[in-house]
Design a protein around this ligand. Structure first.
Ligand code: ACO
Length: 336
């Protein structure tokens, strides 16, 4: 008897139309195009326009993923949305996306694992489908960072890195022995010890008597804060570690992989990781220069764009690896 497998049957992405170049940021804060490009590889990113919401981005990404899988929203059994920039405190952004997709009672939930959020959601969807709970799960990574960053010199270390965007995949049961499509292996890790090294402190339900007050806002504690070098050091250690662990559990070798997709936090991190593992540049695909860091959206955007460009297709072996706030990190190897 063959075990029930799950595969990625479609991918789609959406980024807002508004392009924000490094030169535009130079007008808002003390930074330079040269500094941003040299440290991160980013040339421009996308920001939402007034009135555009996370659910808008999520909806478009989902519609494109469904289209590429040849499915309608009604075919979906569940929506799993990873984000660190929820549209509201509650309910989750997934509920707004569900409504936008015209669905009435399809279960949905948000998952919070920051830049590793998509890999956490993909792992969860894989388990739900393999277990037979659902046949088709829509997995979305969706972020609007531009409304939550400090676009002044004080916030420049973080602000220049982030962009808005969403990516989605359909995770579907595969019971056809002749179809090699499979989410082969997923590995996840976390280290709460470093939770405050990259975080947004407010609003906080641990703060009394109210979750946010003027003092917190004046101290800009509602903006993300990051110990950049500390995060960098951990990212370049944990990413190669988990990638090798994942391939080895799947009895696969580095050479078997057709394309490596790394979370798009910093091109230098990814170049360092690829260098450590001896991965040739032509086996990595990046879009950070155009979109910046879209956190949970980055990996599915990358996968969807790579498919659109014909860099991967049915039968390709793809390895996705990410690291982010939490700290959280993980890797997944899939046969498309
Ligand atoms: N423009 C110009 N100068 C800047 C800027 C900027 N935007 N930001 C910081 N600087 C200055 C600093 O003030 C500092 O000046 P000083 O030497 O006079 O004090 C100098 O540049 C160097 O700053 P560092 O922070 O040490 O720069 P570094 O080389 O470490 O690069 C960066 C910073 C790009 C943020 C890097 O540390 C990094 O990429 N870290 C990891 C990010 C990451 O992986 N995040 C995880 C995913 S995100 C998530 O999960 C939400």
């Amino acid at each position: 008897m063959t075990t029930r497998r799950a595969k990625i049957s479609g991918a789609g992405f959406y980024v807002p139309e508004r392009v924000v170049t490094n030169q535009e940021l130079e007008a808002l804060m003390d930074t330079t195009d040269e500094w941003i490009q040299q440290r991160s590889g980013i040339k421009e990113r996308r920001y939402v326009s007034p009135g555009e919401t996370p659910a808008d981005l999520g909806q478009h990404a989902c519609e494109r993923a469904l289209q590429s899988a040849g499915l309608d929203p009604q075919d979906v059994d569940m929506i799993l949305l990873a984000t660190l920039s929820a549209q509201h405190e509650f309910p989750g952004t997934s509920f707004f996306v569900q409504r936008r997709l015209g669905l009435e009672d399809t279960p949905c939930m948000d998952l919070r694992a920051q830049c590793t959020g998509f890999l956490y959601a993909l792992t969860t969807a894989n388990s739900l489908v393999r277990a037979g709970q659902y046949d088709r799960v829509l997995v979305v990574g969706c972020e609007v960072h531009s409304t939550g960053i400090d676009l002044t010199t004080e916030g420049r270390d973080v602000a220049v890195l982030f962009g808005d965007g969403a990516g989605a995949v359909v995770v579907e049961a595969n019971e056809d022995d002749s179809d090699p499509g499979e989410i082969i292996e997923c590995r996840l890790h976390a280290q709460g010890e470093h939770a405050k090294r990259l975080w947004i402190e407010f609003p906080s339900s641990a703060h009394q008597p109210t979750r946010i007050d003027q003092e917190a806002v004046l101290a800009k504690k509602h903006f993300p804060r990051m110990e950049g070098r500390f995060v960098f050091k951990h990212a370049v250690t944990r990413m190669p570690e988990v990638l090798q662990q994942t391939l080895s559990s799947a009895s696969l070798k580095m050479e078997d992989v057709d394309l490596f997709l790394f979370h798009q936090a910093n091109l230098r991190i990814n170049e360092y990781v690829a260098g450590q593992l001896g991965i040739p540049p032509e086996k990595c695909f990046s879009n950070i220069e155009r979109y910046g860091n879209c956190s949970a959206g980055s990996i599915p955007i990358l996968l969807a764009e790579a498919s659109e460009r014909g860099l991967v297709g049915p039968g390709s072996l793809v390895c996705m690896t990410g690291f982010g706030s939490g700290f959280s990190w993980g890797s997944a190897v899939v046969r498309l």
